[in-house]
Design a protein around this ligand. Structure first.
Ligand SMILES: [Zn+2]
Length: 81
């Protein structure tokens, strides 16, 4: 994939709970979102034209230990920061 996002452009980390490779995305709101690595390639339509984009899945969707994270938000932030 010549257009693949380079690992070096993201600060990759390992999830503190399940040890999966994750990275953080800054949301429009300014909050950091832990997401699965690597991103998926997707095509979106902008003004009727296809544009290739990176699509990230929030890590709490796939994390095998996500139940632990949902217990308290504060704990979640500690594990993932
Ligand atoms: Zn995890």
């Amino acid at each position: 994939m010549p257009t693949a996002t380079k690992d070096s452009t993201f600060n990759l980390k390992l999830c503190g709970a399940c040890a999966a490779k994750i990275t953080f995305i800054f949301m429009e709101s300014g909050k950091r979102m832990p997401v699965d690595w690597p991103p998926q390639k997707k095509i979106i339509l902008v003004n009727g034209r296809g544009v290739l984009v990176d699509s990230f899945r929030p890590h709490w969707v796939s994390c095998t230990e996500s139940n632990r994270f949902r217990a308290t938000r504060n704990r979640q932030l500690k594990l993932w920061s």
